[in-house]
Design a protein around this ligand. Structure first.
Ligand code: GTP
Ligand code: MG
Ligand code: ZN
Length: 277
């Protein structure tokens, strides 16, 4: 039978098949081959003996949290307190897209904005939507629930952005610990220290400061370029154009015509430089 591991407590694996949960142990062979089954693994189990016989190839694998086959990452992005950080947003977007995970942007704390600031966020929302990314506000809980249905989802985003608060909004029975931003920043640490998958809206969400272990330098410059999805809409003289110093660059023309967001392009150049170093 095929199933998916949804929880691991020491050597006991909880495997979900359709809507049933089975407690399983792993076959000894895994330990010998130094393969450890992890949450998110698609596995073949012997249902009569409650044993995991095989792990199917992983589509992706995060180190922190330790999860395989992540379908979606919600980038929880504060618009105030802490201030909007587009550089971090663009970096997380690139890393998530590179790992073959669907990114979703969730802006928080819009209640703290004045009208001009709100309009700025709405225009950002339109831009990111235009390049094919789902963008939501943390008040739009029903839409978020629809998106995460049947998926393994991780939350990413800086401390104090509102990740744990979002989980509580999605399911008020969860009661995840949240923290005042001043306190959180004062300690310089994330409030949330453990990893847990919460079943929400027929999906599973990990509340964790994810992705901190992954960084942009794992990518080549070309791979980075390809994570900037909107660049693919423009044609350049050189097929392998890096949209940097080249002539006749469609991306740079689009930037001049304000079709590409200046902050996106600036972040791209910064990340290119980071990779070069
Ligand atoms: N005004 C306002 N405050 C919010 C909103 N979302 C979260 N907060 C507050 O922001 C603070 C930090 O929220 P958390 O949910 O603990 O942030 P976190 O992303 O889980 O932080 P870490 O666990 O440290 O990574 C808390 O005081 C929340 O009450 C929002 O939409 N509006
Ligand atoms: Mg938290
Ligand atoms: Zn170009």
């Amino acid at each position: 039978m095929n199933g998916q591991i949804v929880r691991v407590i020491s050597n006991l694996y909880t495997v979900k098949i359709d809507d049933q949960l089975y407690g399983c142990r792993a076959r000894g062979i895994f330990r010998k081959n130094k393969i450890t089954p992890i949450v998110g693994d698609n596995v073949i189990i012997d249902i009569d003996n409650n044993v995991i016989n095989d792990i199917l190839p992983r589509r992706n694998e995060l180190k922190r949290p330790v999860i395989a086959n992540v379908d979606m990452a919600i980038i929880v992005t504060s618009t105030k307190k802490p201030n909007l950080d587009l550089n971090l947003l663009d970096k997380l977007l690139s890393i998530i897209i590179f790992n073959d995970i669907e990114p979703v942007i969730c802006f928080t704390k819009l209640d703290l904005l004045n009208e001009a600031e709100l309009e700025m966020i709405e225009s950002l929302r339109r831009y990111y939507e235009m390049i094919g990314i789902n963008v939501l506000y943390n008040t739009e809980t029903n839409d978020i629930k629809k998106l995460i249905k049947n998926k393994i989802v991780v939350l990413a985003g800086q401390t104090g952005a509102g990740k744990s608060s979002l989980l509580n909004k999605l399911d008020d029975k969860l009661n995840v610990k949240t923290d005042e931003i001043s306190e959180a920043l004062g300690r310089g640490k994330h409030t949330t220290r453990h990893v847990e998958l919460y079943p929400i809206a027929d999906g599973y969400i990990a509340d964790t400061p994810g992705f901190s272990a992954l960084d942009i330098s794992e990518m080549s410059r070309e791979q980075l370029r390809d994570t900037f999805l909107e660049f693919n809409n423009y044609e350049c003289k050189f097929r392998d154009c890096m949209h940097n110093k080249e002539n006749d660059c469609g991306v740079k023309k689009a930037l001049e015509n304000k079709m590409i967001l200046q902050s996106r392009y600036n972040d791209y150049l910064l990340f290119l430089e980071e990779i070069r170093k």
